[in-house]
Write a protein that binds this ligand. Structure first.
Ligand SMILES: *Cc1c(COP(=O)(O)O)cnc(C)c1O
Length: 489
């Protein structure tokens, strides 16, 4: 049996235990004790779901291949635009890996479509019987992706809180029209922090008073540090490589660069896991927006969050503390949990820490980093549209701008895959602005972008404005606990 260790020492768990717990009891993140190596030759005949099954059953010990195949099929089939899941398209001199063909048109669908079934299978394996109730506070995108993922999955329920005035009209409509027998969506009269603090209070209160267990329920969260969210993302790195092989763009063993638009460091860490599992990766190129803590960290080894927070046109990357970086520090420091614990304590107390020499050397060898502000990202959207006829979203545009910096300054001559994390229609007003238009807000921007470019609108986004509103609950921030207790009872 393989185990997963906490990055802060002590705790050790099987894969099902790690997925059920989310965060380790000592506050650390569960990380594989050893990485299995995959034989890419053997994966060549597999389709996208087959690749996903192979990667997940190797990485998550304790799940058989047949069982994982069922989880993957139930999670993805009929929910993604095609069974290809994550197509690779050639654009200019690069390849774009489209991760946005899931039910909410953003890359979080890849992981959140599987997480609910990984959780219920894990619960069964540890012999528990409770219903799993996921609580999430959302600033927009994660909440909707989690709602779609958990919608009508037997043995689960989900409650999502969003700040009443803190999400866009389209995001609000996406959540308020969510179907499903096991979902609740509730506005909070306050900002995102109020919603998040309220949800944290619920978890703390349950730990103290144990009311969820009395209702035969286990509270859980769907945030990006859960091993069950990281693991599904490893698969599309292998899929992209296999697609390049099939297209004759590379030969077996050739190294490839990946450019990743980064916020919490989850997506790019999955690329690092893929490399540890035998994928020939040259550089992982970390692309940040104006919130460029990671650019500085990868270049200097100093992580310094003491800086202004910028609200940008790529909001899913507006992050100053990238929680999944902790796993990378752990792995590259030789699994030094006490070092990681002390660096994380420095970060929360002083807002800054310096990585030790071995971590810096690894960062130098395997990563490259760049950042692009809104102006640079918008220029990339316009240029790639005019020159290549390909429409980037604002997050992918940051990655493209950084790809161009890499080509200009540090090119290693290898093939490069740029990860596309959202449909341009998810951020239609910004994309229109980038194209030089003066867009209206809300759903009108979808029509306008379609009229301007002819790029098809994803079906799920087009459908929302005609769906009935099913959720109108709203609470004061102090009433979140009571709302959850009422829902679960
Ligand atoms: C979440 C998100 C990101 C950032 O991914 P991380 O795993 O947090 O680094 C980038 N783009 C979009 C559209 C996202 O939703």
């Amino acid at each position: 049996m393989k185990f997963y260790q906490s990055t802060r020492g002590g705790a050790r768990a099987t894969a099902p235990e790690a997925i059920l717990q989310g965060i380790a009891p000592d506050g650390g993140l569960f990380t594989p004790e050893a990485f299995p190596r995959l034989d890419i030759e053997k994966m060549l005949p597999l389709d996208a779901m087959g690749i996903s099954t192979a990667v997940l059953s190797a990485l998550l010990d304790g799940f058989s291949e047949a069982e994982m195949a069922r989880i993957v099929r139930e999670g993805y089939a009929g929910k993604f635009e095609s069974d290809e899941l994550t197509p690779l398209v050639k654009v200019g001199g690069a390849h774009i890996l489209e991760l946005f063909h899931g039910p909410t048109s953003a890359f979080k669908d890849v992981a959140l479509s599987l997480l609910p079934r990984l959780m219920t299978a894990s619960r069964d394996k540890v012999g528990a019987k409770e219903e799993i109730a996921v609580l999430t506070a959302t600033s927009g995108d994660t909440g909707k992706a989690a709602l779609e993922g958990f919608c009508d999955v037997p043995g689960t329920r989900i409650v999502v809180f969003y700040p009443e005035d803190g999400v866009s009209d389209v995001q609000k409509a996406q959540m308020r029209t969510q179907r499903g027998q096991n979902v609740r969506v509730c506005a909070v009269r306050g900002n995102f922090d109020d919603a998040q603090t309220g949800v944290k209070t619920v978890f703390a209160d349950d730990r103290k008073n144990g009311w969820a267990a009395q209702a035969n329920t286990r509270l859980s969260s769907a945030n990006s540090i859960n091993l069950g969210r990281l693991a599904p993302q490893v698969a599309y790195y292998f899929k992209a490589y296999i697609d390049l092989l099939r297209a004759g763009e590379i030969a077996m063993g050739d190294e490839v660069n990946f450019v990743v638009p980064t916020g919490n460091f989850g997506n790019i860490l999955a690329g690092d896991f893929a490399r540890r599992m035998g994928l020939p990766v040259a550089k992982l190129i970390c692309a940040s927006n104006e919130n460029n803590v990671l650019t500085d960290f990868i270049r200097t080894g100093v992580y310094d969050r003491r800086r202004a927070f910028h609200k940008t046109a790529s909001p899913s990357m507006d992050i100053l503390v990238s929680s999944n970086l902790e796993r990378y520090l752990y792995l590259e420091s030789g699994r030094d949990a006490s070092l990681v614990a002390s660096l994380m304590a420095e970060l929360s107390e002083k807002g800054v820490y310096t990585a030790p020499g071995n971590v810096r050397a690894a960062l130098d060898a395997r990563f490259w980093a760049g950042c692009a502000n809104d102006a640079a990202a918008f220029a990339a959207i316009k240029r790639v549209w005019e020159e290549q006829g390909y429409l980037l979203d604002t997050h992918t545009a940051v990655a493209w701008a950084v790809y161009e910096q890499f080509r200009a300054g540090a090119d290693n001559g290898k093939k490069t895959v740029v990860l596309a994390t959202a449909s341009p229609y998810k951020f239609a007003a910004s994309v229109l602005t980038a194209l030089g238009e003066n867009p209206a807000g809300g759903f009108a921007a979808l029509d306008e972008l379609h009229a301007r470019t002819g790029v098809p609108v994803p079906k799920n986004l087009a459908a929302i404005r005609d769906l009935p509103v099913l959720h109108t609950d709203a609470v004061e921030k102090g009433d979140i606990l009571a709302y959850v207790k009422e829902t679960i009872r």
